[in-house]
Design a protein around this ligand. Structure first.
Ligand code: NAP
Ligand code: ZN
Length: 349
């Protein structure tokens, strides 16, 4: 597959436009995938606009990939042409470090992300899923349950695993009170999983119009976070809070809602450092931690869980020609609850 159609951005201030990119020829452990859908993660927007100051241009974003296998290399045993598969945020790692051996490839010092990481095969950087095809080492290809809607499966590959993993790591279970801050792509998956794990789920949103949806998605209560009285009522009561917010916000407000020994885990990645008051942590022995996606085995576990429980993302399917408009809407928190690009739309480019 030497050439693929794609959408790329040439600089932090350029829109995404149609492009042709090179993909490597299949080598023995490789799987060639025709991409059917790719979700739009807020990380794509942070990266395209160089908000984390590490973007190499041109960039082809996209790490919520679902597609169909078209060809496999000679040493591939797990996949065959026609299989439905997914690719998330990673496409390679060294397989030898302690993190890889523990199934935490995302923390491998040599992890290669799906886009904007060094490409050892072609030089330059890796190109992501806003494209009609990709070639990926079989170790980073996931099996997709056959009973799920594919447009809604794509976001599971990042938004899904990013919320599933910390909820599992912190043993969220029945009887616990769990908060989810921000009802966007990650947040709405966090609500679905926390609900499926049996927790009492409270959504914190800045968008009062998302209240009904939050309840439909599995929340037991919804708090409009700009309302201080509503917030006050929950002081000292949460076992666990998952913070998915993409922009600057006051996390002390949420730390103060934890019960003694409660934990707040950040998955949102706002570009600016967050301010933390010592008293938000020391009063109640609260802890603050972070989490980055999840390992490959856990990603497969999450997909299988979604297959068994019929869980997918709520998506607005768009043609790729609407991607720049979708970014503008993402910045206004105007997405219910993930954009999923139908890659058939690339054929007309
Ligand atoms: P998203 O769909 O844009 O959702 C973010 C939500 O945060 C919005 O819907 C909004 O929810 C809330 N929000 C936005 N601006 C806010 C503000 N100024 N104050 C308070 N709340 C605000 O984004 P996403 O794709 O879910 O990604 C969320 C963040 O997670 C991004 O920073 C992304 O880069 C990061 N991320 C991290 C990982 C990881 O592995 N750790 C993986 C993927 C993404 P309401 O309307 O409900 O208030
Ligand atoms: Zn993502």
């Amino acid at each position: 597959m030497p050439n693929a159609k794609a959408y790329s951005a040439a600089s932090a201030t350029s829109p995404l436009t149609s492009d042709t990119i090179e993909r490597r020829d299949l080598i023995e452990h490789d799987v060639e995938i025709e991409i059917l859908f790719c979700g739009i993660c807020h990380s794509d927007l942070h990266a395209v606009r160089n908000e984390w100051s590490n973007t190499v241009y041109p960039i082809v974003p996209g790490h919520e990939i679902v597609g169909r296998v078209t060809q496999v290399g000679s040493a591939v045993t797990q996949f065959k042409p026609g299989d439905l598969v997914g690719v998330g945020c990673m496409v390679d790692s060294d397989s030898t470090c302690p993190q890889c051996k523990a199934g935490l490839e995302q923390f491998c010092p040599n992890v290669i992300f799906t886009y904007n990481s060094p490409d050892k095969h072609l030089g330059g950087v890796t190109y992501g899923g806003y494209s009609d095809g990709v070639v990926v080492d079989q170790r980073f290809v996931l099996r997709v349950p056959s009973n799920l809607d594919l447009a809604g499966v794509a976001p599971l590959l990042c938004a899904g695993i990013t919320t599933y993993s910390p909820l599992r790591y912190h043993s969220v279970t029945k009887g616990q009170k769990v908060g989810v801050v921000g009802l966007g792509g990650l947040g709405h998956m966090g609500v679905k999983f926390a609900h499926a794990f049996g927790a009492h789920v409270v959504v914190f949103t800045t968008s009062p119009d998302k209240k009904e949806d939050a309840l439909r998605l599995g929340a037991d209560e919804v708090v409009v976070s700009r309302n201080a009285d509503e917030m006050q009522k929950h002081t000292g009561s949460f076992d666990f809070i998952l913070d998915t917010v993409s922009a600057d916000h006051d996390i002390n407000t949420y730390l103060n809602l934890l019960r003694p020994d409660g934990n707040l885990t950040l998955v949102g990645a706002p570009p600016k450092p967050l301010e933390i008051a010592a008293f938000s942590l020391i009063m109640g022995r609260h802890s603050l931690s972070g989490s980055n996606i999840g390992g490959i085995a856990e990603t497969q576990e999450m997909l299988d869980f979604c297959g068994e429980h019929n869980i997918t993302a709520d998506v607005e399917v768009i043609p790729i020609q609407k991607v720049n408009e979708a970014y503008d809407r993402l910045l206004k928190s105007d997405v219910k609850y993930r954009f999923s690009i139908d890659m058939a739309s690339l054929k007309s480019e």
